[in-house]
Design a protein around this ligand. Sequence first.
Ligand code: ASP
Ligand code: MG
Length: 418
Amino acid sequence: MKVYKFGGASVKDASGIKNLTKIIAAESDNLIIVVSAFGKTTNALEKVLKAWLNGEAKYNDLLDEVYLGHLSIVMDLFGQGSEVKEKIDGSFALLRDYLLTSIKGKYDFEYDQVVSYGEIWSTIIVSEYLRTYFHDVDWCDIRENLLTDDRYRDANVLWSESTKRVLSIFDFKKKRIYVTQGFIGGTVAGQTTTLGREGSDYTAAILANMLDAECVVVWKDVSGILNADPKWFPDAQKLDEISYKEAVEMSFSGAKVIHPKTIKPLHNKNIPLYVRSFLSPEEKGTVIKADATLREIVPVFIKKVDQILISILPKDFSFVMGDNLSMIFHSFITHGIKVNLVEASAVSIDVCVDDEREKVEVLINDLKTEFSAVYNEKMEMLTIRHYTPEALILITEGREILIEQRTRSTVRFVVRKV
Ligand code: ASP
Ligand code: MG
């Protein structure tokens, strides 16, 4: 069996879903189809959530807009008076009811309860549409099968219990094609969780691991993985194959190709991942697999924007690399701040992180009895894998460099945004 993953951009309207159906029709193997929320639904639901939490009545209008978007797709695909419309109406009614009656809990918890609906709606519509073409399609509610802890918005999968459930629910003796939600899961107690933004790739990899899939195919609006963002370097080139290691390094450095957590479950079972274009499905795309070689070694450029650089100094001028180090990093983990780069000297340490200002302020406040901490905002982290002298000049010329780190294969800069 194979796992196919379709992101929001591939299913942003009725024609996207028809295109998906064509791609499915060309595959005769058993399939799990992991689908994200349609288009920009997740962003729109984040706005609904914020308005609701702030007690603003406009949350209703924002939700109406999301509803009308889905309704127009349902109308395009199924026409007037369909059962699918009733299903979607019923699901929106559940959310409206939740927003009307529930007592507001913590942000992360409410985020998962509200934003997860995007994937429920998209998968209902996609599976119903596929059913009009193929007789052996089922919809699966992943919230009951992919179990996680209760770290809302960044939930950790409970592997052994989830594997049991996943193996029993995706039964290819019963159906050939299953459609399920990316990005979301559920606690043992039955609360919905999410795996982090853009987490559907990760869902696809988890299911592939549990079911020993032959491969995962992520269908995107690009021809494969490129050696740079074409918005940054217009003559970016496609890479035919890259290793798991290369892929992890690229996504950790900020490449938007796939969710950073995606590779590990695939690597552990040696399952290849194909990145292919849903716009030109006849093209081969890029494969990520063990022992892949970059055919000719080309520099790979990666930019991570919206960074801040925190400098932390023990107040008593003690060395930072001793006991202080574990205290500092413990605090980063406790506050859920992911560290992108670290540079240490004798009595200070610089840490580059995503600009999540609220979390960082809390962290600095936490450390303040023993450390003084300040931060530089408006930073970017630039990485070149397989750098060349020309590549270095290309990305650093005219930039203010705050940190530079170099190994034989990789160079990284923290620079001020221009
Ligand atoms: N819909 C979710 C998001 O936009 C998950 C995903 O697209 O992978 O973050
Ligand atoms: Mg999405």
